[in-house]
Design a protein around this ligand. Sequence first.
Ligand code: BG6
Length: 296
Amino acid sequence: MTAPFQKLALPGRVELVSNPAGLPKIRVTGAFSTAEIYPHGAHVTQFQKNGEPPLLFLSRQSLFAADKAIRGGIPVCFPWFGAREGAVMHGIARLTTWELMETAADPAGRVKLMFRLPPEPLLAAGWPPAHVTLTVSVAEKLTLDLAVRNDTAQDFVFEDCLHTYFSVGDISQVEIIGLKGVQYLDKVEQFARKLESDEAIKISSEVDRVYLNATGAVAIRDAKWRRIISVAKSGSTSTVVWNPWQAKASAMADFGDDEYGGMVCVESGNVGDSKVALKPGQSAALQVVFSSAPWP
Ligand code: BG6
């Protein structure tokens, strides 16, 4: 990764560093914001708009190893989401080193990077080696585009999810807006099907919900940090909301016992019955735009 990377580095904008555990990391310095991205998983672990607290939560206990997923940031779940018998949780993409293919910075200081999932791990796991890219745009907003082109001769049916961990001031003062009237599967109650009745969802215990046919934007109102985060998306019919709360947090080796109080996941993708089916030659595009503003 180092040799091709050097050709794509943009001095002062896109630089290769490495974290204390030795895993290569790309530091992006834009005019409006900064970001950090690991080729391991094409995993965005940090995005911070100038003058604001970090947007993304990253666990202080995250492992940074080739065979482990990073805990926090934006794991790319692909080509499946959740548990799968005999296979790793949330798909192979977050455990694969993606290739950096392109970098660009415009004169205003917006920076773009494009990664490609190498086809070999897909093939090795018995999946069609489709053409899969993740484009990360670092500007006033953070935009992720996951593009899948089935250039194989077989049908390709997959799940995808940008499993975003947001950093919040205090989970007990957070409200999630935009899902009222949407049906969901409650994973905390054996996938019971329920209807969201709350205009403003509050979290005071473990929450693990897959909202169905959820195509709209979601806002996260953070009263402690006086910030509103917006998650706007296209090409996605599933929204997942997750907070492990106390007991699950303590049970996870790569998650601090008290860290559940400073994060919430609002994930955008196509999972379960909403999986994506591509015939040979077809493409799918998932885009998520993350923005934030002070809450007056
Ligand atoms: C969420 C799932 O998306 O991810 C949860 O809905 C899961 O069930 C969580 O616990 C974290 O998964 P992992 O594999 O990163 O520990």
